[in-house]
Design a protein around this ligand. Structure first.
Ligand SMILES: [Zn+2]
Ligand SMILES: [Zn+2]
Length: 167
């Protein structure tokens, strides 16, 4: 084969040329393989991966450089992780999306009154002051029973207050 004959039978120049030619070919194949592997990691569409791999192969060195400019900035995995994170964040936001029944202003679960329109949202526990849900019969924080009047009072004023505010 030419390599062995050139190594032993020709001038040092020819040897150097053959070796550097070999190096160039190896480097070309390595960059083409890198383009294929990288494209597979970043691109979902098999046809586009094939196009990228072809580009890296048929245009030695220039192809991989062009691919570097055009490739998607992140991998398929990174995009999927980001989507999952966004969805989790949206779910967390939706959970905490409590609104005042009267003015639709954003309120928090511990609010006793709406800070915007002052509608009473919850009754405070007579003993520890914790905000109580309307259907609770006892305060879960200090075990004080909720007087029936207070429980009723929590439910009743809301519609009346609501009508007054709307007019
Ligand atoms: Zn309000
Ligand atoms: Zn309490």
């Amino acid at each position: 084969m030419p390599i062995t004959t050139s190594l032993f039978a020709t001038s040092p120049w020819a040897v150097a040329l053959t070796l550097s030619g070999l190096l160039v070919v190896v480097f070309w194949l390595a960059t083409a393989a890198w383009v294929f592997r990288d494209a597979r990691r970043r691109i979902d569409d098999r046809r586009l991966v094939a196009v990228a791999a072809l580009l890296g192969f048929v245009l030695p060195f220039a192809g991989p450089v062009v691919y570097l400019f055009l490739r998607p900035p992140d991998s398929i995995e990174e995009r999927r992780d980001r989507r999952l994170e966004n969805r989790a964040l949206e779910e967390r936001l939706a959970e905490s999306d409590l609104r005042c029944p009267v003015c639709r202003g954003r309120v928090e679960a511990e609010f006793l009154v709406c800070p915007v329109c002052t509608t009473r949202l919850k009754q405070a526990c007579g003993s520890c002051g914790a905000p109580l849900e309307a259907i609770w019969q006892a305060c879960p924080y200090c075990a004080t029973p909720v007087p029936p009047a207070a429980a009723l009072g929590d439910v009743a004023p809301r519609p009346r207050r609501a009508q007054r505010t709307r007019h």
